[in-house]
Design a protein around this ligand. Sequence first.
Ligand SMILES: Cc1ncc(C[n+]2csc(CCOP(=O)(O)OP(=O)(O)O)c2C)c(N)n1
Ligand code: SF4
Length: 286
Amino acid sequence: METNIFDSGVRDMAWCPGCGNFGIRNAIMKALTELGIEPRNLVMVSGIGQAAKMPHYLRCNTFNGLHGRALPPATGIKASNPGLTVIAESGDGDMYGEGGNHFMSTIRRNPDITNIVHDNMVYGLTKGQASPTSPRGFVTPVQVNGVILEPFNPLAVAVALDASFVARAFSGDMDKTVDILKKAITHKGYALVDILHPCVSFNKINTFAWFREHTYYLDDSHDFHDRNAAFTRATEKGRLPLGILYENPDKPTFEESLAVYQDSASPIIKRELNMEKLSELIDSKQ
Ligand SMILES: Cc1ncc(C[n+]2csc(CCOP(=O)(O)OP(=O)(O)O)c2C)c(N)n1
Ligand code: SF4
């Protein structure tokens, strides 16, 4: 079997046979390889859930945080060492539910990181409760009469907050997902890639066939620099658009806005601690 430099060699993965997470893993490895990124320069940050296990199955630097808390450490890692490629990834529950406030704050901060969300419209790890993106009427062992909440629309929220890159992919389309991921990873600024994927064990509604029937790819007629057009696509009823919905490449990133980088581009982690200056600072605050 052909090996990939990002393949950790782990084979006893805790994912169900047929899960879309396998396709996402393959697409991430392919995109990173084609971009010429080295595993030692990659940090994958995740929270908790089935999707959040991804960094355990890749050869890279890893930080596995609390549920919903992948984005703050990812932002901090990038700010401390901007030369690294930083990817925060987790499921829709982790990123949009428990981590929902971090999702919005991170879009506003605009760190130069990629945010990959495995969107299976269900809580997989905890055996099938509704997630923020579960459709109305979705019946689960907890929501026994069906979900009565309006589903969270991550792309519309991201466009409304003027996120610098907003895209959606489908785990069943390897080549197109690789292409979208490569554009997101090379984009300067926060890049959201919501990847639709089936949870074959706990979501019997949003299956591979359902995603095929209810999605379509944006074509050249869509101007992804037009925010209003992107919002219209993100809020469309019926079929879900796939591809790059929106890009605003002109926003300053969080790192380059930090005072600490105004006089020197040297990464924080490479700087020597100036004890004298630190003492002066502490004294001045007393
Ligand atoms: C603060 C907190 N609340 C709840 C949980 C339990 N929990 C663990 S994973 C999870 C849901 C995961 O769903 P999602 O993020 O969509 O990922 P998936 O497993 O579907 O890939 C929940 C509720 C937890 N670990 N911590
Ligand atoms: S529970 Fe669902 S999301 Fe988790 S590994 Fe199984 S199929 Fe995939």
